[in-house]
Write a protein of this length. Structure first.
Lengths: 134, 395, 259
């Protein structure tokens, strides 16, 4: 191969390597504050036992799957009652159950979602009662 | 072989850059549509399908027309088409990609498009359309590319190509029949509820597709130093004229059924198209233009002395293409909604954004086509004459 | 009529009893869904049927009345875009000639010709929209309601083309800014999905009748189970002559019009 071609190839390889490792070296040394979720809502304050539908670890990992399952079961099968692992019963509803307690979407839902870069489209349709009354 | 598309004359690059600019403008307008919603188009509650679906319907026909080259050559050994079956297959590839893109830009929630495969509904014709279009795209990419690269290396194509090519023949018929079924099975739209919807689609497809192919062959002859051969072009033009005659005949049959039976449900749509309805006559000039062009093209193509003159042939083919584009696009899709099920007439005007996005998708199609044809021409000029071109059926 | 204290107390006591009686007779029905989750959830008795249907006695509709429309569109966050192009409507009125084009002729009584009838999704027994939906986003429930799953709809609008009644609307724009007063108990929709009347399935699940039925002050709209031979709706359509829209198409619509 000719010499000048090696130069271009090497340059291309270097640019490629810099690009592909971007997520690893960009932001090195910067510290990002850990996400603090606020549970300070009127409804949660009123609860005797501060318990969600399921325990925190489960919800953190699975709330999206749970909501997906709920939406199909409610809309498509008409089954609106959810029995939690500990036997408590809830209505399967984002606005009617989850948001009733977690009415502070910006200090709760959005904080984690913004941190991980998730953009769930739920709230395009599902109404946040607090926002509506403004 | 892709590197062959990267070498070209100044004219070639100016064309490519023009297409890229059109594409970019289309993409920018599409981003606006994603943000605002489909309300940027002229579609309304009454006329819920417009320019995008009209283009999709027309281009499925153009894609299906590759069969008009494949069938004579591979089933009946019509050697004159030997050089240009690859051109037909590449045209099918570009047309199907445009179809898929037009459906995509027409969706209200395009990010959910995989729901069609995740939650299939076999009773829905749109589901089957997605399947047959994807299959047809795959068949044509594989066969076109394979045949071309075998020609380049001057080896016979592999044995599995033949059954695949044979498969593409009924498959081509099926893609357009399935598209016609989208319309022909809807009980509420009397304009579309006709048994000859699929035959009409096929007839206009086999007229408009080969007409476009003839134009491309003439362009390639002038600018690409590729001569498809007089026999091939004349044979194609005869296919066009008979398909056009059938297409015109079918429309006249529709007119007879509607106007002789005098059923208002049937006549009102045609009245809107050709005379206007309740002071609405948006489409009347378009339809009459389409009719005049169709008959002019039919005359020109029937008379052999005119058909054999390349300039007149080119003009006739343009007439055919434009006439059928109007008739199938605007005349068929939009008119199905006028008058509405509640007897009101809501007219449809495409908006600027809609036209820009449409032009952008056409630019993408032409870009793909240009690149593929450039590769074809380069291979052709490389291998020289086509006398030792191996043929897939082993002869 | 004069009454003394004793009589008054008797009547008051008897009235108070009636308030308690329902919860004595059927405890499940009396309790409602608790609003703050985390406490005991007790399900409401939903209204169930084998075949929901509706009878509209259009002769009872006063001219220019829009009670049913206002109720439905308010409860369900139906937007008002202000122009017919983007219009979204679940229930609206149309002139007689548009609703029953085959039944109209110039010598019909004036009252009928001038009448505006409420039209909505017919929740057909054999719905073409369900047949054509590529993602099953619109589907027929076993109780007859043709439902929309807004999560799954891709906005292809094949259902709009298939519906012979023009009952469906597409959200060509984001509807939120165009909803006068958002009802927090029901979601809005987003741009790019098709919507239509859902026979108030969410209200039926809570034991309530559809909003339009309750809003009509003339009681022109009746709702019930056609499969139940003792239901009011079944008796009514067995007794009074009624029409359905475009019945010849084989869709088996379930809105019956008494004229």
């Amino acid at each position: 191969m000719k010499n000048k071609k090696w130069g271009m190839i090497a340059l291309g390889l270097v640019i490629f390597l810099i690009g592909i490792t971007f997520p690893f070296w960009y932001g090195r040394g910067k510290s990002i504050a850990p996400v603090l979720l606020s549970l300070d809502t009127p409804a949660i304050a009123q609860l005797k036992e501060k318990r969600c539908v399921e325990d925190t670890a489960f919800m953190r990992a699975n709330h999206m799957k749970l909501l997906n399952a709920w939406r199909d079961e409610v809309v498509r099968e008409g089954k609106r009652e959810y029995t939690a692992k500990d036997g408590r019963r809830f209505e399967k509803s984002l606005t009617g159950t989850c948001i009733q307690c977690h009415s502070n979407k910006e200090q709760f839902c959005d904080r984690c979602h913004n941190y991980v870069g998730a953009k769930p489209t739920c709230f395009d349709c599902h109404v946040i009662p607090g926002e509506v009354k403004k | 072989m892709l590197e062959k598309a990267l070498k070209g004359s100044r004219g070639y690059w100016i064309w490519i850059i023009f297409l890229l600019v059109m594409m970019t403008i289309g993409v920018l307008f599409y981003l606006h549509q994603l943000d605002y919603g489909l309300g940027v188009t002229g579609m309304s509650r009454d006329v819920s399908w417009g320019l995008y679906i009209a283009q999709f319907t027309f281009l499925v026909g153009v894609a299906a027309s590759a069969v008009m080259l494949v069938l004579p050559y591979y089933l009946h050994d019509y050697k004159a088409f030997g050089k240009i079956t690859v051109l037909g297959e590449f045209l099918a590839v570009a047309a199907v990609i445009m179809c898929i893109l037009f459906v995509f830009v027409d969706l209200g929630q395009p990010s959910r498009v995989m729901n069609v495969l995740l939650h299939p509904q076999p009773t829905s014709i749109l589901f089957w359309d997605m399947i047959v279009l994807s299959g047809y795209l795959l068949i044509n990419i594989i066969t076109g590319w394979m045949i071309l690269s075998c020609n380049r290396r001057e080896v016979p194509p592999p044995g599995w190509i033949k059954p695949l090519i044979y498969l593409s023949i009924p498959w081509a018929i099926s893609i357009h029949t399935v598209t016609a079924f989208i319309y022909a099975g809807l009980p509420g739209r009397s304009f579309w509820l006709t048994a000859i919807m699929a035959p009409r689609f096929l007839a206009s497809a086999f007229a408009s597709g080969p007409a476009l192919l003839i134009l491309f062959c003439l362009i390639l002859k002038r600018y690409g130093r590729f001569d498809a051969g007089d026999r091939a072009i004349q044979a194609l033009s005869k296919i066009v004229v008979y398909a056009l005659a059938a297409s015109i005949f079918f429309v006249l049959m529709e007119l007879f059924t509607a106007f002789y039976s005098q059923i208002p449900e049937q006549t009102r749509h045609f009245q809107y198209l050709f005379a206007g309805l309740d002071d609405h006559h948006n489409l009347v000039p378009w339809m009459w233009t389409s009719a005049v062009l169709a008959f002019a093209a039919l005359t020109m193509l029937i008379i052999p002395s005119i058909r054999r003159r390349e300039e007149w042939l080119a003009i006739a083919c343009v007439f055919v293409f434009v006439s059928l584009w109007i008739e199938k696009g605007l005349g068929l899709v939009v008119t199905g909604f006028i008058p509405s099920p509640l007897e009101t007439v809501t007219e449809y005007f495409p908006t600027g954004a809609e036209i820009a996005i449409t032009a952008g998708v056409w630019a993408i199609g032409f870009l793909i086509l240009t690149l593929l044809y450039k590769i074809f021409i380069s291979v052709y000029s490389e291998t020289g004459s086509d006398d030792n071109r191996p043929v897939a059926n082993g002869k | 009529m004069t009454t003394n204290r004793r009589e008054f107390l008797k009547i008051a006591g008897a009235s108070a009893l009636t308030l308690v009686t329902p919860s004595l007779l059927s405890p499940l029905w009396a309790r409602e869904t608790v609003r703050i989750p985390g406490q005991d959830f007790t399900p409401v008795k939903a209204l169930m049927a084998k075949r929901w249907a509706m009878v509209i006695d259009a002769s009872k509709c006063p001219p220019d009345c829009t009670d049913c429309i206002t109720a439905c569109h308010t409860v369900h966050n139906v937007p008002d875009f202000g122009n017919p192009k983007d219009e979204v409507k679940w229930i609206w009125t149309e002139p007689f000639a548009a609703v029953f084009p085959d039944e109209n002729h110039p010598y019909r009584e004036q009252g009928l010709q001038k009448m505006r009838l409420p039209v909505l999704c017919n929740h057909c027994e054999n719905p073409p929209c369900v047949r054509v939906c590529p993602t099953k986003a619109t589907f027929r429930r076993p109780d007859g309601i043709v439902m929309m799953d807004y999560h799954r709809c891709i906005g292809c609008r094949l259902c709009m083309a298939a519906c012979p009644y023009g009952a469906r609307s597409m959200n060509f724009r984001d509807p939120r800014p165009f909803i006068t007063k958002i009802n927090p108990d029901f979601p809005t929709r987003t741009k790019g999905v098709v919507e239509k009347c859902n026979f108030c399935a969410e209200r039926l699940a809570q034991g309530k009748l559809p909003a339009c039925v309750l809003a009509c002050r003339q009681n022109a709209i009746l709702f019930g189970d056609l499969n139940d031979s003792t239901s009011d709706i079944r008796k009514l359509i067995g007794k009074r002559f009624n029409l359905r829209r475009k019945a010849h198409l084989g869709t088996a619509p379930q809105i019956y019009y008494i004229l």
